[in-house]
Design a protein around this ligand. Structure first.
Ligand SMILES: Nc1ncnc2c1ncn2[C@@H]1O[C@H](COP(=O)(O)OP(=O)(O)OP(=O)(O)O)[C@@H](O)[C@H]1O
Length: 299
């Protein structure tokens, strides 16, 4: 398990990470969301043992990470600015990682390189930005580490590759309990993958919640009412959001599914269906309840 206890990092007068307390459970997927400059990369660089905290601690299974070689072998860091040796090829990078990561899965590496259509023997410097990212992701997944730290990893990947990478992550979370920590400024990029989201703002964690917990008792419905609804039509509902376009109403409300449907059906809609809530909607609703205007922080 990863723990941060009052982890703080300063650069001169800037406090990039400010007394962060967080726990990342093994086998979960932790999304770290925050606007530019919120401190995501700095926090990940502390988790990856590149920076040491000025105050507090970041630990894996109780052991400090900085300058701890044994702990460093348990994670792979896909940095925002990926590192490759000058003039190296993917095959050379793979050989380097193989020496450090004892569970590096070479057969899987070849399979994925082939599947992504990447030439193992071409100089990485001749690859496009997205292709370089793919090489990092493939090495990261094949390293077979307990933890995978990703800094804006999906940014710059095309939609098909992004979905494939998410599936690969999900496979390893499921099959061997890998724990990815994914930092992004874009909630949509964390969709379908995270089960815990932490909102970082000005170096501090404002909000941290399990997605299942957030989704609990929150539903989105779309209904059509042909007649005019009475003014107090919605007063019995615990509404989080209500939009009307002519006779079409879209609402997000709290309550049990059965109770909501029973109330709506009692209003005689000519059409009614439940819609899935996006991560963005769940997050906006929940952070609003907690008193934050997340749209000002993220969009
Ligand atoms: N090496 C450094 N020297 C000085 N200031 C730094 C350094 N690294 C980060 N900072 C500052 O720390 C703050 C947090 O930066 P960080 O890169 O962690 O943010 P971020 O959330 O990853 O942002 P982005 O989404 O833009 O990548 C910023 O104000 C940044 O200017």
């Amino acid at each position: 398990m990863i723990t941060a206890e009052n982890a703080t990092k300063r650069f001169g007068s800037i406090t990039a990470v400010d007394h962060i307390c967080a726990e990342v459970r093994d086998g979960s997927v932790y999304g770290l969301i925050g606007s530019n400059g919120a401190g995501k990369s700095t926090f990940l660089r502390m988790l990856a043992g590149i920076l040491s905290p000025d105050e507090g601690a970041v630990r894996i299974d109780g052991a400090d990470i900085f300058e701890n070689v044994a702990i460093k072998a348990r994670f792979f860091f896909i940095s925002d600015e990926q590192f490759f040796f000058p003039n190296s090829t993917p095959a050379e990078m793979k050989n380097y990682y193989k020496r450090f990561y004892r569970y590096f899965d070479e057969a899987r590496y070849h399979k994925l390189m082939d599947g992504f259509g990447l030439d193992e023997n071409r100089k990485i410097r001749t690859f496009s930005k997205g292709m370089k990212k793919q090489v990092s992701v493939i090495c990261g997944i094949c390293a077979g580490t307990d933890y995978l730290f990703c800094d804006e990893t999906f940014d710059g990947l095309d939609p098909v590759v992004r979905q494939t990478v998410k599936s690969l992550f999900a496979e390893d979370v499921e099959s061997r309990g890998m724990t990815p920590v994914i930092a992004s400024h874009n909630l949509r990029e964390l969709e379908d993958i995270c089960d815990h989201v932490g909102l970082l703002h000005r170096g501090g964690i404002l909000f941290s919640r399990d997605l299942d917990e957030m989704k609990l008792g929150m539903f989105k419905l779309q209904c059509i009412f042909t007649g005019t609804l009475p003014e107090n039509a919605w007063q019995e509902f615990d509404l989080l959001r209500l939009e009307q376009r002519g006779s079409l109403y879209t609402l997000t409300a709290r309550g049990s599914r059965e109770e909501l449907l029973a109330r709506i059906n009692a209003m005689n809609p000519s059409f009614c269906e439940m819609l899935p809530l996006t991560l963005e909607e769940i997050f906006i609703n929940e952070t609003e309840v907690a008193g934050y205007d997340v749209k000002k922080l993220l969009f």
